[in-house]
Design a protein. Structure first.
Length: 103
């Protein structure tokens, strides 16, 4: 709910919780975060779709490219050492926080 309210992805919240509180490594935290988000995204999509609030043509256009990007990104991420991935993710989280504060 917090991610939806703030307009940010759930992973930015889930990954630090998973690594910090549940002690999973960074790679497993990212994969787990994505798996957790699947039912959340489906439920949200159904609610919006039932109200006619989904642009299916845009979903098809952006979604097809996104699938390719996610596959390539996940393969690339697995080549990054966990400590480096954690550093990059931390910088990304800081950048997102700064952007949100500037809103």
């Amino acid at each position: 709910m917090l991610a939806g309210f703030l307009g940010i992805g759930g992973g930015i919240i889930l990954v630090p919780v998973i690594t910090g509180l549940l002690w999973l490594d960074q790679h497993k935290a990212h994969g787990t975060s994505l798996a957790i988000i699947i039912p959340i995204a489906i439920a949200g999509t159904v609610v919006y779709a039932l109200r006619g609030q989904v642009s299916w043509s845009l979903v098809a256009t952006i979604g097809s490219g996104s699938v390719i990007g996610v596959i390539l990104g996940a393969k690339l991420m697995m080549k990054i050492p966990p400590h480096r991935l954690q550093q990059v993710f931390g910088l990304y989280a800081i950048a997102i926080a700064i952007l949100l504060l500037q809103r």
